[in-house]
Design a binder for this molecule. Structure first.
Ligand code: C2O
Ligand code: CU
Ligand code: CU
Length: 565
């Protein structure tokens, strides 16, 4: 283990000192973001135009006749190829959108909800104005116009609400959908398509007796993240797929607010991914199981060749541990006794089936898994201009609120360490500043510590000593759990992942399931881990968010902006 406490300490001082210089960005304060974006730009000539809206509707989700009130996206294609919009009548999920690299897209978004909202195109490399930053949240009845060119390569992305302070509930009540990009390189590969290219959007919900969605806003649910007890796939419970004896491409998206899945077959067959978030991989990656944090996607190559007709395979979330604060995990294991609050009985890391694949038809042949997929430029330290001085994303907390870099979210405020020159490629270090508390109270540091205070505010939370290592003294409830860290704007690559001060047995349950290759936009950070990534900040200036994609954490303020200038 090369875990460097010194490094964290030095970095901590560096950015907390700079943190005091956090400043508003004058040019953003002057512009009225909304009025700037309610009319189309005359010079922008779209290939695709879509009328998009969000409204409350009743949808049958459970198979018991009940209709569930949801918030749902609707889309109408105004211009462009017919297959651009694929709507799901009987699901709360938004329509699947298919774009082609190079297309120019204009989307008119009408907010027909009873509360503010805005759509974010998660994984897409688009200008600030079209990224769905919460500062652009529009009121009911208002319109927002998005315009962007598809710069992404072929891959699977995800769009969802990013309403200011309301992202968690709005995504939970249905405001999410799948977004695909295709390109020439992908076509040349002859991957399974049409009926052999299927979505597999996984979400966990909780229904009350009347079949209505429950989203608990109690502090405990918000701190650890909301966990439902009913697993939905493509918006339906008890998912089953009829498949033929051949290969399929399943686009798996974790659209859950905070649940982490450990994807694996019941018969121990390993899983092969051909695409990560936002892009095809260089070559197929096979793992015994795959960890899938909130907002992560993998395109899986599922080959049913040779399986007897009439047989079935069950895709599970396999058991794992160490992703929750130890105290909560212990409580989760104790059933009954008021533990209903701990996520309705389906604990984080518990084993449960996700979907059943019924082999129903024998077919003669199947596409073969290509040995090579696409060529990707692998970024290394020599590509960055800050190899010795990475930008920090510290996982911190204060007053039992999870934070990044010690400060709560602000729509338009940035610290020095959050300013990045457009066109640069940066190394970023995501870490847990374990030892910060040791300096608490040292002279001259009280102000700096303010944003990073881990001491003296968790009386009653108890020590996390039995697993904590360096976390013992700090309490650090939120720091002792997994966080899916997501960065807006251009995708990144993982440079390194260093195991942290966690229980070895816990870590063994997840360690073989990370696919840290290719382009990503979210990385699941386990307690104590230190992860270095390389991210280009090219093409677009402005504010681009970085945040925890546990949506309850995001709404609690575990989110900040990079200011690309
Ligand atoms: Cu998927 Cu900022 O979000
Ligand atoms: Cu995003
Ligand atoms: Cu988090």
């Amino acid at each position: 283990m090369i875990h460097s406490i010194d490094y964290g300490r030095r970095q901590f001082l560096q950015y907390s000192a700079l943190g005091a210089a956090a400043a508003m960005i004058p040019e953003l304060l002057l512009a009225n973001p909304k009025s700037a974006s309610s009319v189309p730009t005359p010079g922008f000539k779209p290939d695709v135009e879509i009328e998009f809206s969000a409204r409350e509707v009743l949808v049958p989700i459970l198979n018991n006749g009940a209709e569930t009130r949801v918030q749902k996206y609707f889309a109408k294609l105004l211009k462009g190829p017919e297959n651009t919009v694929q709507s799901f009548e009987d699901s709360y999920l938004g329509p699947a959108l298919s774009f082609v690299k190079g297309q120019k897209v204009r989307i008119y978004f009408y907010n027909n909800l009873y509360e503010p909202s805005i759509v974010h195109w998660h994984g897409m490399h688009v200008p600030q104005k079209s990224d769905g930053h919460p500062m652009y949240s529009i009121e009911p009845g208002e319109r927002f116009v998005y315009e962007f060119e598809i710069l992404n390569n072929a891959g699977s992305s995800f769009y969802h609400s990013h309403a200011h302070n309301l992202t968690g509930p709005q995504v939970y009540f249905g405001l999410a959908g799948l977004l695909k990009v295709t390109d020439e390189n992908e076509k040349a590969l002859g991957l399974p398509d049409g009926e052999y290219d299927r979505p597999l959007v996984i979400q966990d919900k909780q229904f009350n007796r009347n079949g209505q969605l429950q989203y608990v806003r109690g502090m405990r649910d918000r701190m650890i993240g909301f966990l439902g007890d009913t697993i939905l796939v493509n918006g339906k419970p008890n998912a089953e797929f009829s498949v033929k004896t051949r290969a399929y491409r399943f686009r798996v998206l974790n659209g859950s607010n905070s649940r982490i899945y450990k994807l694996g077959w019941d018969d121990g067959t390993p899983l092969t991914a051909i695409g990560s978030a936002v892009s095809l991989l260089e070559k197929p990656e096979t793992r015994p199981y795959i960890m899938l944090g909130p907002s992560e996607r993998y395109d899986l190559w599922l080959d049913f060749s040779g399986r007897p007709v009439g047989s079935k395979l069950v895709l599970y979330s396999l058991p794992f541990s160490g992703a929750m604060p130890p105290m909560f995990e212990r409580m989760q294991r104790m059933r009954g006794g008021g533990m209903g609050m701990m996520g309705g009985g389906l604990a984080q890391g518990e084993k449960f089936p996700i979907a059943i694949f019924n082999i129903t038809e024998k077919v003669g042949d199947s596409p073969k898994l290509p040995a090579q997929l696409v060529s990707l430029k692998k970024l290394s330290e020599s590509d960055v201009d800050n190899a010795d001085n990475p930008l920090p994303i510290a996982i911190t907390e204060r007053h039992m609120r999870p934070l990044v870099n010690g400060r709560p979210f602000s729509l338009d405020e940035v610290m020095e360490i959050e300013k990045v020159k457009v066109g640069s490629i940066k190394k970023i270090k995501i870490f847990h500043p374990h030892e910060a508390h040791q300096e608490q109270g040292a002279s001259g540091e009280s102000h700096e510590m303010e944003g990073m205070n881990h001491g003296g505010e968790r009386e009653g939370m108890g020590r996390m000593g039995d697993r904590g290592g360096g976390m013992g003294m700090m309490g650090g409830m939120m720091m002792a759990m997994a966080h899916p860290i997501h960065l807006h704007g251009q995708q990144f690559q993982v440079l390194s992942r260093k195991e942290g001060h966690v229980d070895r047995q816990d870590y063994e349950t997840v360690r073989h399931g990370f696919i840290d290759v290719g382009w990503k936009d979210t990385v699941l950070v386990m307690p104590g881990e230190e992860i270095e990534i390389i991210k280009p900040f090219q093409d677009f200036k402005g504010l681009f968010l970085y945040h925890c994609h546990n949506l309850e954490h995001e709404d609690l303020g575990m989110m900040r902006n990079f200011y690309v200038h």
